[in-house]
Design a protein. Structure first.
Length: 94
């Protein structure tokens, strides 16, 4: 079953969703386009790692993965490659 989280955002497709310093505002329509493009690449309930940072791409990935009903494991961007590799070895995300 597809997740219902973020399912009502289409109603706001022309409204501003994300503001970025020095860049044009992104609308909910643009956010959903990018989010759903990623979401289509993931099986429902697949464990996925998302390296979190303060960026449009991280927001789009978060929204897309949740809309696709993926299981998210949020990883802080400051976590070292060795730690991320150990997590991948342990959990084997999609």
């Amino acid at each position: 079953m597809k997740s219902k989280i973020f399912s009502g955002l289409e109603a706001f497709s022309d409204a501003t969703a994300v503001l970025q310093l020095g860049k044009a505002p992104m609308s909910y329509g643009e956010l959903l386009r990018d989010a759903d493009a990623l979401g289509r690449c993931v099986r429902p309930r697949a464990l996925t790692f998302l390296v979190c940072q303060n960026s449009y791409e991280a927001i789009a990935a978060y929204v897309g993965l949740l809309r696709a009903d993926a299981v998210l494991f949020l990883v802080h961007q400051s976590m070292g490659d060795d730690h991320i590799a150990a997590l991948e070895e342990t959990f084997r995300p999609a």
